[in-house]
Design a protein around this ligand. Structure first.
Ligand SMILES: Nc1ncnc2c1ncn2[C@@H]1O[C@H](COP(=O)(O)OP(=O)(O)OP(=O)(O)O)[C@@H](O)[C@H]1O
Ligand SMILES: [Mg+2]
Length: 468
């Protein structure tokens, strides 16, 4: 007996987190937000082709032994923008779904227009740019400004997903600008609602996998910085990228937060110019300041993210706390880590912070998440507290334990190599990493340290308790 087709029903879906409930609720029980439950009509999908086996319905697909499963090697296509390729893990994988999120006006459309134009120029199949937000003439104007011109680049101004599907034609690379602006006829809710975004993304995924089409999907972010619409969107995607940066700043960071075909730690650095988005390969201008070595409270650490190492400056400012609880403000550095390192410096090196406000910032808007930045944070704090600047040509890295010992970190040799490349003359390293870094001894002065106190001594930051 074939399964019965159910009548459409309604459900209430939270616009923030995607939680669904059969009745309306004032507050979403999942994310706790008020007034976010929106009504949505659910049309049951067509029953799948199934066969009846003893009262149970089972699909006809069969499980295969591992050795019999065929696969194609990932064929990576170059996008024409080297930093974009790096963040994707070495190029665009055919048939993948790439979601690009970012604040309004950050340059999402610009970046993907450039990528689409390059693909159109280099690939035999046409590239389709579906602009659901801007008219074709607006996209054309942007292309003129960016100096892009290829007849293999097709522009489509369409918001209905079913019509977009019909227009795909021979295209193997498709840009959807944006997922919040398109809708599917199977749902009656407005474009941009949770249900629409989820359904459109799922449908695009099915097309991508069945026809081996690569989709670049633009997604807007909410005020809180999360991708607008439900988090479920990220599960469907193969790669999720965030384009970040200050509006007034020319430098933008492209960060991979999920990547099925590469590292999710990658960061790409771009510059926004009149002629479009350009890859930046020399990071020194962005992550290092000119006052380095002159003002107290700044230190430099080689930070590893993804497959690359970058020297990043950490700046701290310490001011007298007038009354009450002293403040700890952190940007780009984990708050708990900062508080822990302040406690280590107070207890192990006798540097008082109890009556001081501490402000800390990683330059260039980068987020430093790995523990190897501990030593540089301690150095910046000690430098600011004692008002002694750190030498301009000294970098440092190492994890700091609660006892004040310095623990070894991964990729120590790669970090030292980066310091050599960017012109540093001395690097303070964990004693246990000294062996792997020995090969660079003749190129840079290596200072192995075991305790935080030793680092303070090496940098002449006047320790109060030099035994540690
Ligand atoms: N004529 C121009 N000359 C120089 N730069 C421009 C010009 N027009 C736009 N830009 C730059 O391009 C940026 C907007 O790029 P784009 O439209 O790609 O952003 P977006 O992220 O797609 O925005 P939205 O969220 O509105 O779709 C602006 O911030 C601006 O810096
Ligand atoms: Mg746009």
């Amino acid at each position: 007996m074939a399964p019965k087709v159910k009548a459409p029903t309604t459900q209430y879906v939270c616009s923030q987190c995607g939680f669904s409930a059969p009745k309306w609720l004032g507050r979403c029980p999942d994310c706790g937000n008020f007034n976010t439950m929106q009504e949505e009509v659910v049309r049951p999908s067509e029953p799948q082709k199934t066969e009846n086996r003893g009262g149970m319905y089972a699909t006809k697909t069969k499980a295969l032994p591992l050795s019999q499963v065929g696969y194609e090697k990932f064929d990576r296509v170059k996008s024409g923008i080297s930093e974009f390729d790096t963040v994707l893990g070495g190029g665009i994988v055919r048939g993948s779904l790439v979601l690009l999120g970012g604040d309004p006006g950050i340059g999402k459309s610009t970046l993907l227009t450039q990528v689409a134009a390059h693909l159109a120029a280099t690939q035999p199949s046409p590239t389709l740019y579906v602009s659901a937000e801007e008219s074709c003439s607006q996209v054309k104007m942007r292309c003129e400004r960016l100096g892009l011109n290829s007849d293999n680049l097709l522009l489509l101004n369409e918001t209905c997903l079913e019509d977009i599907e019909l227009s795909l034609g021979e295209s193997k690379f498709v840009v959807i600008d944006s997922v919040q602006a398109i809708y599917t006829e199977t749902l009656s809710s407005a474009a941009g609602s949770v249900g629409q975004v989820r359904e459109c993304a799922a449908r695009l995924m099915r097309i991508a996998k069945s026809q081996n089409i690569t989709f670049f999907i633009i997604g807007h972010v909410t005020k809180e910085g999360a991708l607008a619409g439900p988090k479920v969107l990220e599960h469907i995607m193969d790669t999720v990228l965030y384009f970040e940066g200050q509006q007034e700043d020319n430098f933008k960071l492209l960060r991979a937060v999920k990547n099925r075909f590469g590292s999710a730690q990658e960061v790409g650095v771009f510059e926004m110019t009149d002629s479009g988005v350009k890859s930046v390969s020399d990071y020194a201008d962005i992550f290092l300041s000119e006052t380095r070595g002159i003002a107290a409270g700044s230190s430099v650490t080689p930070s590893e993210s993804g497959n690359r190492c970058m020297n990043v400056e950490i700046q701290t400012l310490i001011s007298k706390a007038p009354f009450g609880q002293p403040r700890r403000m952190n940007l780009g550095v984990d708050y708990n880590r900062l508080v822990m390192l302040i406690a280590v410096l107070e207890k192990r090196c006798g540097i008082p912070f109890w009556n001081s406000d501490v402000y800390i910032n990683a330059m260039g808007g980068i987020k430093l998440t790995e523990p190897s930045v501990d030593l540089a944070i301690c150095a910046a704090l000690a430098s600011a507290a004692n008002d002694v600047p750190i030498d301009k040509y000294t970098a440092l890295f190492g994890e700091v334990g609660l006892t004040g010992e310095i623990r070894p970190v991964t990729y120590a040799d790669k970090r030292v190599n980066e310091c050599i490349k960017t012109g540093f003359k001395r690097v303070i390293i964990p004693a246990k990493n000294a062996k792997v870094c020995k090969k660079y001894e003749d190129k840079i002065e290596l200072v192995p340290v075991q305790y935080v106190g030793q680092m303070i001594k090496a940098l002449q930051l006047r320790p109060t308790n030099p035994q540690q």
